[in-house]
Structure formats: structure tokens, C-alpha cells
Design a protein around this ligand. Structure first.
Ligand code: HSE
Length: 299
């Protein structure tokens, strides 16, 4: 039996649309083993009632990509899934399935593909590398696809950096959240984002967090997606009033993430109290960064 632990991820991090992401200490568990025949998929959590347990399953589909590439197939396959990452919430749940499936299949077939090949495959399947690369490597990653190559830099994040993760009880499909984006943006907005994305990457890499509230600002996707996320404006305001270091839309949303400073306990209690009273369809979890990335155990 091969067991894989794949972290949740938060993409974009404000201005880094499709190129920046980080891993969080919240994990899906995938177990795979070869059996004599057939495909058996067991989902061991509440997603069992709506996720496919047949060949359409995303973990299985991703495994198949590796089997086809290395031309090596198991006789039969058992897959056990525990999905702790909330689905269609902007926390990289599908990326975790893709990454987990690729690494599981590679491990089952004798590790014929390198980590670098799998990093590229995962990003190509997803169409952008900002969830899959941190899910594999952990930490914070800046990554771009360049023709048939992926270029990235990965940076560890300190454990003291805490993330207030605001998750609503409604989903938002990435497809819908991408369709609402404009085809063209102004040069002024492009300049706005380029500067902030650079400031964001520099801040996290150097550990100089004093500019985060400005570095997290964005004009490429958040203003458009806001329409699809009732409550976003209020939570941004709440984070500002509570004195967090900055707040952004996680991936395509609808989850929102505030970066907390050393007074994180006080700030998170205040924000949780507000949600309970005024916005009960949102929950708050304080999560630390993951610096390990995908972990594989042979049992
Ligand atoms: N960068 C992607 C987006 C992440 O914002 O659409 C979601 O998969």
C-alpha cells in the first residue's frame, strides 16, 4: 500500500494571478494499492455522496496519465480517498487530486518519472502552475509555464506566519470564476499588478512583511470575482478593522485569506466572533503554512 498526504494550496496570493501560491497544513490522504483485477474507489468522508467512484474520478484520471506515459498498468487498482480539503472553495482540492494521482501512479510503477517531470505534468493538466507546484514542493512558490517547460522558485515560509482562512458554505467553480474575467485590461492595471506581485514575492522571500497590505492588492481578478462572492467586501473590511497584515481571494475563490501578524490569536478571536454573530455562513480556521509538500509513505 502506498499512502500520500497532499496539502491544500492557496493560489494567486493577491496580485500573482496564475503564478504564485502557497501550501497549507490541511491535507487530503490518498492510499493506493494494486489488486488482482478491477477498479475499487472508496471515499472515506462526506464527499463520498457526490464525487465519482468510477473511471471519472480525478485521482484515477490523473493516475492514468502516468500509466499511459510509462506504458505500465497495474492488474487492478484500489484507491482510498480522505478529502479534508473543502471542494470548489479555492483551496486547491482538484490540484491535490491531480498531484496525488500522478505521484501515486509513479510510485506504483517504480518511480520512472522524475519529480521535475511530474511538476510539469501537473501544471500542464491544470493549465496553470500556482496550485500544483506548491502542493508538490510546499512553501511559497512563484512559477510560470514557458512553452513546454516550467520555471519556478520555491521559498520556505516561517511557521509563525499564520493564515486566517475564511470559508463560506457555498461553492464557486473555477470555470465560472475564470469566465467572468475580462479579455483585456488597461496598461495602468497591468502596471499596478506587476509592481504588487513583485513586492509580494520580495516580501515573502525576505521575511519583510511591513508592506503586505499593499502587496496583496490586485486589479486582475479580485474586482471581477467579487460579484460572485457575497460577503467578500464585508470580510475585507473586517480584516482591515481587525488589523490583519492583508487579505486576498484564495485562488478562484470563494475562500478569502488574511495574513496574520504576531497578534494572530487576538485578531482571529475577534473575527470569529464577528462571523458567528453577523455572517454565520462563513467559518474561520487559522492554518500554518506547509513546507513539506506531498509526502509519500510505502506501507
Ligand atoms: N490562478 C487560478 C485562478 C487558480 O485564479 O483562476 C484557480 O485554479
Amino acid at each position: 500500500m502506498i499512502s500520500l498526504k497532499v496539502p491544500a494550496t492557496s493560489a494567486n496570493m493577491g496580485p500573482g494571478f496564475d503564478c504564485m501560491g502557497l501550501a497549507l497544513q490541511l491535507y487530503n490522504i490518498i492510499e493506493v494499492e494494486e489488486i488482482s483485477t478491477g477498479l475499487e474507489i472508496n471515499i472515506l468522508d462526506h464527499t463520498s455522496s457526490f464525487l465519482p467512484k468510477n473511471k471519472k474520478n480525478l485521482v484515477y484520471q490523473s493516475m492514468l496519465k502516468v500509466f499511459d506515459k510509462v506504458k505500465c498498468y497495474p492488474k487492478g487498482l484500489r484507491i482510498n480517498l480522505t478529502n479534508n480539503i473543502p471542494i470548489t472553495r479555492g483551496l486547491g482540492s482538484s490540484s491535490a487530486c491531480v498531484v496525488g494521482g500522478l505521484f501515486a501512479a509513479n510510485a506504483l510503477t517504480g518511480n520512472q518519472l522524475t519529480k521535475e517531470e511530474l511538476i510539469l505534468m501537473a501544471a500542464q493538466i491544470e493549465g496553470h502552475p500556482d496550485n500544483s507546484t506548491p502542493a508538490i514542493l510546499g512553501g511559497m512558490v512563484v512559477a510560470v509555464l514557458d512553452k513546454n517547460d516550467i520555471c519556478y522558485v520555491r521559498n520556505k515560509l516561517p511557521d509563525e506566519l499564520k493564515f486566517a482562512v475564511f470559508i463560506p458554505n457555498f461553492p464557486l467553480a473555477t470555470k465560472k470564476a475564470r469566465e467572468i474575467l475580462p479579455k483585456f485590461i488597461s496598461h495602468k492595471d497591468a502596471v499596478f499588478n506587476a509592481g504588487r506581485a513583485a513586492l509580494m514575492a520580495a516580501s515573502l522571500i525576505t521575511g519583510d512583511y511591513k508592506n503586505l497590505s499593499v502587496a496583496l492588492q490586485d486589479k486582475l481578478h479580485q474586482p471581477y470575482r467579487k460579484k460572485l462572492i457575497p460577503g467578500m467586501k464585508e470580510i475585507f473590511q473586517l480584516c482591515k478593522e481587525c488589523g490583519t497584515a492583508g487579505v486576498y481571494l484564495s485562488g478562484a475563490g470563494p475562500t478569502l485569506i488574511a495574513i496574520l501578524n504576531e497578534r494572530y490569536q487576538e485578531h482571529s478571536e475577534k473575527m470569529a466572533g464577528y462571523l458567528k454573530k453577523h455572517m454565520p455562513n462563513w467559518s474561520l480556521q487559522v492554518i500554518s503554512p506547509d513546507n513539506e509538500g506531498i509526502q509519500i509513505q510505502y506501507k
